[in-house]
Structure formats: C-alpha cells, structure tokens
Write a protein that binds this ligand. Structure first.
Ligand code: NAI
Ligand SMILES: NCC(=O)COP(=O)(O)O
Length: 325
C-alpha cells in the first residue's frame, strides 16, 4: 500500500480549501490524502480530523477530511489574499516536499497559489510552484506538463514575459525539455514509443524564415539532433493547426514554445480535467490546471474535477512506483 498524498492548501482566500473538502467527499473511500493547512479555513459544513502524522490519514478519512494543521495568523477573507498568510502558504509547500521526500507521503498535490500575493506578502522569489519545487529539490531543469484525456501539452518556456521568450528559447532548454518529456511519456504515462509534436515559435512556423528565424535556427536543428537519437518528433509545426481533432490524433504530447501556446488549447478543450504535473523532480507533484479563482472563492460553486483528477494522477503515479522523469 502506498503512503497518502499530501495536499498543500495553496492560497487560503482562493478555492483551494473548498476543493480539498469536495475532493475528500468524492475520494474518501478510495484515495487517502491529507490537507496541510489551517483547519479553520475548511468550509464549516465539512468534518475535519486533525492528525499529527500522515500514517493516521486513512483511518481519519473515513469520517472527516484529514488535516495536518498549519496555522495562519490573521483573518481569512475569501477573494482577498491576506499578506500575513503569504509566508505560511510558502511554508506549507516546503512542508509537503519534506513529507514526500521523507517517504511519509507518496506524492505532493498542490492547491493553487496566488503568485503576486506571495511576491507582495513574502517576497516569494519564484514565478510559481514549478520553479520553487525545482529549487527545493536542487534540480536545474524541470518541465511543466498539463495532461488530460484530450491532450498533453508542455510549454518549453514557462512563467516569463512574452518579450523574453525568444532569448530564453535556447537549444539547451529545448533539448532538455524534449528529453525529459519523452522519458516521462514512457515511464509515467506508459507509452512505449511516444510521438511528440513540436510547435514552431512564429506564425506558420516562421514561413520559411520570412516571419522569424527561431524555427529554422533553434528548433529545427534540435529536432534533427534528437531524431538521430531515435525520438519520434514532428515539427516545427504551425501552432495554429496542430490542435484540431485530426491533428491531435497523430501525437501523444505537444511541446510548445511558450506558456499560452500550450495552455490555451488544453484549457479550452478540457479545463475541468486538466492536471499540471511537474516532470524532472525526484518526487511526484501534481496540481489542478486552474488558479485561485478569487472571483468565486467561498461561494461553493467551484468545480472540483481538476483537483480530483490531480489527486488521482498523483496516486496512479505513486502506485506505479515511478517518479516523474
Ligand atoms: N498551480 C497554481 O498554483 C496556479 C496558480 N495560478 C494563479 O491563480 C491566480 C489567478 O489566475 P487566473 O488567471 O485568474 O486563473 P483562474 O484559473 O484562477 O481563474 C480563471 C477563471 O476560471 C474560473 N475558474 C478557475 N477554476 C475554477 C473551478 N475549479 N471551477 C469553476 N471556475 C473556475 C475562475 O472563476 C475565473 O473566472 C494567479 O495568481 C495565477 O498565477 C494559475 C494557475 C495555476
Ligand atoms: N498556468 C500554470 C501555472 O501557473 C502553474 O504554475 P505552477 O504554480 O504549477 O508553477
């Protein structure tokens, strides 16, 4: 039997606590997980079981949401992050990493954080979980994948301004992204011979160099090099025509050049089932595909499907005994 999944609370003023509650209701008999957070932030109608060790999770989950308490000073107001909560949100993520690295948790699932609130409230030095987890794990290169039954996408550059994408798109970054993605598709997603579609950066993949040269000078040479190593890579493809139904049937994952090129198609096709998984860490980390949804927090209307799928993928990967490639 695998250890429980640790779920970090994310931004308390967002939908994280109510999604944890809904996920417990849906999964209590099949998927033991414990929330790390402030029990006072859990919706009042949900029974809570305070635990001091994750080994108590499964028993506790039968009748209540297991919570490993992490107290936050100051009031909670849904929709408005409290700056006094920012350091606690960061500390909870680090605590989750400690639990999974020590083997007390089988995987870490993270509820959404509000990046700007953490930067403003606690000088958070990272643009997101992905980069923070890489720093905690001491690894140089990690890959963000969003996966759903409809599509898997990987942004090669992640949380940077669009104006910086071209400079950040180096052969080294693209090569590592493709190799990590390829290995993950085999090891974590069970594909014997993964087919990867690679987007160009520019309109029409550069239109032969007349609309930008990165496609010819950076992307194509890396694909040529990795094809020689046996990877099944298609592209650079025109990004505008690689996501329709027939095109998606021809590949197992799409590696894109920047954040929105990758995330717009999956969130359009499958917002409710998308899961964010970090590849390249020495432990399993998943997350729902959406953010803090401050506009609806505390109203009880948030859809828990993506959170539930994130917990399920964490458990599936843990039971398969893999860590992300
Ligand atoms: N893994 C993480 O920690 C993530 C954090 N974020 C952060 O979240 C914050 C807000 O980002 P936004 O771009 O506004 O995206 P968002 O996903 O929070 O919200 C976009 C829209 O989708 C709706 N929505 C989101 N999740 C929903 C759900 N489960 N059920 C029903 N409706 C839902 C919201 O109400 C809103 O109208 C930002 O600080 C962003 O950086 C965004 C994505 C992932
Ligand atoms: N848009 C995806 C996103 O922001 C997820 O970021 P991370 O916190 O998982 O790094």
């Amino acid at each position: 039997m695998t250890a429980p999944v640790a779920l970090s609370c994310g931004e308390p003023a967002g939908i994280g606590p109510e999604l944890a509650a809904a996920a417990w209701d849906a999964l209590r008999d099949t998927l033991p997980f414990a929330l790390i957070g402030d029990p006072a932030h859990v919706p009042a109608h949900i029974p809570v079981a305070l635990i001091d060790d994750l080994s108590q999770t499964q028993d506790a989950a039968r009748t209540a949401l297991p919570v490993l308490p992490h107290e936050f000073a100051g009031p909670l107001s849904h929709g408005t992050p409290n700056p006094d909560h920012a350091q606690g949100v960061i500390d909870v993520i680090a605590r989750g990493v400690d639990l999974v690295r020590s083997g007390n948790a089988s995987a870490l699932c993270t509820a959404p954080i509000h990046k700007k609130a953490l930067q403003d409230g606690a000088h958070f030095a990272y643009p997101g979980h992905t980069e923070y987890l890489a720093a905690l794990a001491g690894v140089d290169r990690v890959v963000m994948m969003l996966a759903s039954p409809a599509l898997r996408v990987v942004p090669t550059t992640i949380h940077i301004p669009l104006a910086q994408v071209s400079d950040a798109l180096t052969p080294s970054v693209l090569r590592d992204t493709l190799l990590i993605t390829h290995a993950a598709l085999i090891r974590d997603f069970g594909l014997a011979a993964p087919r990867i579609a690679v987007a160009g950066l520019n309109p029409h993949a550069g239109e032969g160099g007349s609309m930008g040269r990165e496609d010819i000078e950076v992307i194509a040479p890396v694909l040529h090099e990795l094809r020689a190593q046996g990877l099944d890579l298609r592209g650079p493809m025109s990004a505008d025509t690689m996501f329709h139904d027939r095109a998606r049937a021809t590949y197992d994952a799409a590696v894109c050049m920047y954040h929105d090129q990758a995330l717009i198609p999956i969130k359009t096709l499958d917002f409710d089932r998308g899961v964010n998984v970090t590849l390249g860490l020495p432990f399993i980390r998943t997350s729902p595909d959406h953010g803090t949804a401050l506009d609806i927090a505390g109203q009880g209307v948030a859809n828990p499907s993506s959170m539930i799928e994130a917990l399920r993928l964490a458990q599936t990967m843990a039971q398969a005994g893999t860590t992300p490639a």
